[in-house]
Design a protein around this ligand. Structure first.
Ligand code: HEC
Length: 443
């Protein structure tokens, strides 16, 4: 492990990622779906010479540009910070595998921002044809950036035929790429319709709401048809370990149920919007529907993240940040021998000379326990807080030290969401010594 670890109490470091990424996705998907809805809206308004609709859309575009560009850009950079600090080796791997993809994404992103600004700030100065074109250029570039990001995030769950020697395109067009593009595109249209529903409920007069809501609902329902196709494709290409996780882990089962439930409610609301228009949509209903859409996105993102264990990048990097190919070396030489930051920590904080680190099992008990604790932070803390998320203390509380030792020896068999043991025998003993001290009443 080439990087230091960041130990976050109660939550574990990787759980910081959804805290930033989920609000980002909820807004970023609005940025994509809203592009199509706005472009369609202005096209419709110009064709029918509807100044009232144009005036409303201008007001909407202001809210849209402010929210998606300011909040989207800030949280987008926030994601880079968070993944860089919590999962440096995977972030580095994604940068290396996808250099060309990131470069393309940044070009598309510039186009997205420029066209969004032109669409809003040049509202009166562009001729109708140019204005409509600007709206569609924005929509296309925002969607393209969704496609590019999806190629990269879907790779983490299904690497498919990719190996480190293979090219960019094998990684990009991985098995879950297409299903995820469908799911995200449709999710974008649906969440955008819900966001605009909120804006309409506050800012549009009733007759206009009456006209806009059925149109938005139809877009959203068309999108949701894609969710069905994408969702089936997605489950079909999930690796076995991911499917197993979803069945075994109670949290992931709850998330699946929430995801289906929220999606069904949203679909019903769009059906109502299509049939009955928008009179019933007042701020409380609209906000509630947006919240339900947010639940659907949140649960979907959790599923995608949770199903990946024990991998961060399927078949390539395990969750503690260790490459699968390195495991035999680590089991032979020890985790400490290949983790410069851990070595440094042990030498400076425990005053241990380098030779002692090669065989921590022979250290006196208190030192052995401290080495075990450091090993825990490197090997286990990415998935287990001591107390809190997947808490280690409550998990092992009822166990005897023999059961603990056995679980650590056969980590991957104890629960297939865990990687194999990533160190040598002596390190395993040190870790077990530490785990036993975590039990109430001590060893
Ligand atoms: C990739 C994530 C991950 C890593 C790394 C990881 N675990 Fe786990 N571990 C899990 C999950 C998920 C469970 C299932 C929790 C549950 O069932 O509530 C689990 C369960 C356990 C259990 C309870 C098993 C049971 O059958 O009840 C123990 C003990 C445990 N882990 C110890 C460890 C130790 C020690 C380490 C470090 C050497 C470690 N884990 C590293 C994800 C991980």
């Amino acid at each position: 492990m080439e990087y230091p670890v960041w130990v976050v109490p109660f939550l574990t470091a990787p759980m910081l990622i959804p805290l930033v990424a989920i609000p980002h996705v909820i807004v970023a998907q609005f940025a994509v779906g809203g592009g199509f809805l706005l472009a369609d809206g202005v096209t419709w308004a110009y064709r029918h010479r509807r100044a009232d609709i144009l005036a409303y859309l201008r007001d909407l575009a202001r809210f849209f540009v402010l929210l998606t560009i300011v909040f989207g850009a800030v949280t987008g950079v926030g994601i880079w910070w968070t993944i860089g600090l919590t999962a440096p080796e995977s972030t580095s791997a994604l940068i290396h595998v996808f250099v060309f993809g990131w470069a393309t994404e940044w070009v598309v992103f510039v186009l997205e921002i420029v066209s969004a600004f032109a669409f809003y700030y040049l509202w009166d100065r562009l001729r109708p044809r140019e204005h409509m074109a600007m709206g569609w250029i924005y929509a296309a570039s925002a969607w393209l950036s969704l496609v590019l990001i999806t190629g990269i995030t879907s790779f983490m769950l299904t690497t498919g035929r990719w190996t480190p020697e293979r090219d960019f395109f094998t990684a990009f067009f991985n098995p879950s790429f297409l299903p995820q593009v469908l799911i995200r595109t449709s999710g974008s249209l649906a969440i955008a319709a819900l966001w605009i529903g909120v804006h309409l409920s506050f800012r549009a007069p009733e007759p206009l709401r009456e006209e806009m809501v059925p149109r938005l609902s139809r877009w959203a329902m068309a999108g949701m048809a894609l969710i069905l196709v994408g969702g089936l494709g997605y489950f079909a290409v999930l690796p076995d370990h991911a499917r197993l996780n979803m069945i075994r882990a109670p949290l992931l089962l709850i998330m699946t149920a929430l995801n289906f439930g929220a999606t069904l409610i949203a679909l019903t609301a769009f059906g109502l919007g299509h049939l009955r228009g928008g009179r019933w949509i007042n701020p409380p209903e609209a906000l509630l529907m947006l919240l339900i859409g947010a639940v659907a996105i949140t649960s979907g993102e959790f599923l995608r993240e949770g199903a990946r264990k024990p991998y961060r990048i399927e078949g390539y990097i395990f969750s503690p940040g260790v490459r699968v190919a390195e495991v035999p070396t680590l089991q032979r030489d020890g985790l400490i021998a290949h983790s410069p930051w851990l070595q440094r920590y042990l030498q400076e904080n425990l005053g241990l000379p380098e030779e002692a680190l090669r065989d921590p099992a022979r250290l006196p008990e208190p030192l052995k326990v401290q080495v075990g604790e450091a090993l825990y932070n490197y090997h286990c803390a990415a998935c287990h807080a001591l107390d809190g998320y997947n808490g280690m203390r409550p998990l092992i509380q009822p166990w005897t030290s023999e059961i603990i030792a056995d679980a650590v020896r056969h980590l991957h068999r104890t629960n297939p969401a865990m990687p194999p043991w990533l160190g040598n025998e002596a390190e395993r003993e040190a870790l077990i010594a530490y785990l036993v001290t975590l039990q109430k009443g001590g060893p």
